[in-house]
Design a protein around this ligand. Sequence first.
Ligand code: ADP
Ligand code: MG
Length: 301
Amino acid sequence: MNKTGWIIYNGNLPGNKFFDFAQMLQEAATRKNSHTKIYKNTELLALLDSDQLQILNQLPNALPDYVLFTDKDLYLAKQFELLGVPVFNSARAIEISDDKIATYQRLAYSQLPIPKTIIAPKIFIRNTNYPSFPDLETVINTLGIPMIVKEAFGSFGEQVYLIRTLEELRNKIDELQGKPFMFQEFIKSSFGKDIRIQVVGNQVVAAMKRQAIDDFRANVTAGGTMEAYEPSEPEKKLAIQATKSIQADFAGVDLLFGPNEQPLVCEINSNAHIRNLLECTGINTADYIIDYTLEQISEDK
Ligand SMILES: Nc1ncnc2c1ncn2[C@@H]1O[C@H](COP(=O)(O)OP(=O)(O)O)[C@@H](O)[C@H]1O
Ligand SMILES: [Mg+2]
């Protein structure tokens, strides 16, 4: 029997990127004779009642054999898991990936190379009566300055800041109070460049190098470039280990160029978009994701 799948995306975000990703997956599934439907997360209401969990307006026997979840609606992802439907990536992997602090904690726990990081103590209410929060001397002595301040939740480089002075650091902390963030060593040798490595299962399927023109962030795209990249064996191994450390089935792993050519993990994107990679390398990650998914659910039977 051919397997059926649902592909769920965030229909509330502007632009076509999110639907495009879902469509790339659908086309790949069709090539493998797997029938799929694309849904916005808002079209699927998760019902909880004392005697049942359900996806409202969907007959229980109409549930798919698998769900490809390109959104971050964790409760919905979890609902499918509780209903016994395999979800790729899992709710847990998406949750860790979304939260950069949780990601770095998993990476450090797995003893994988990362920029040295200090988690900012959690402040619940902004209170300017505590101007000394936290012990900045220890932070600066541990990480050096300039340093990176990075919010736990962010994308497209927009919540990542290069801090050059103590005063800038104080101002940024003031600005961010209430939001989770971290202090991080600035990897100078990677200024404006990084590597995106796409992992599916135990395999690296494609990679590209990104370079900004005039910014420390490689993914700030105004005028930046992307080119196909052949990762070294240690880079491939690290990307696969990083993906596994957050229990992801597939991910776009960003590596920084550390001192002495040592790759460092910058980020693991469980919902990495794959269009740029296709344009840059000719490799369609969607085919690998579908092959992997169909293989997993046939093993799970
Ligand atoms: N510690 C760091 N040292 C140097 N550059 C960094 C560091 N952290 C992030 N960057 C740069 O900033 C970019 C965005 O950071 P990242 O953590 O990937 O956040 P986002 O989720 O917004 O992409 C990275 O691609 C990299 O070029
Ligand atoms: Mg990134």
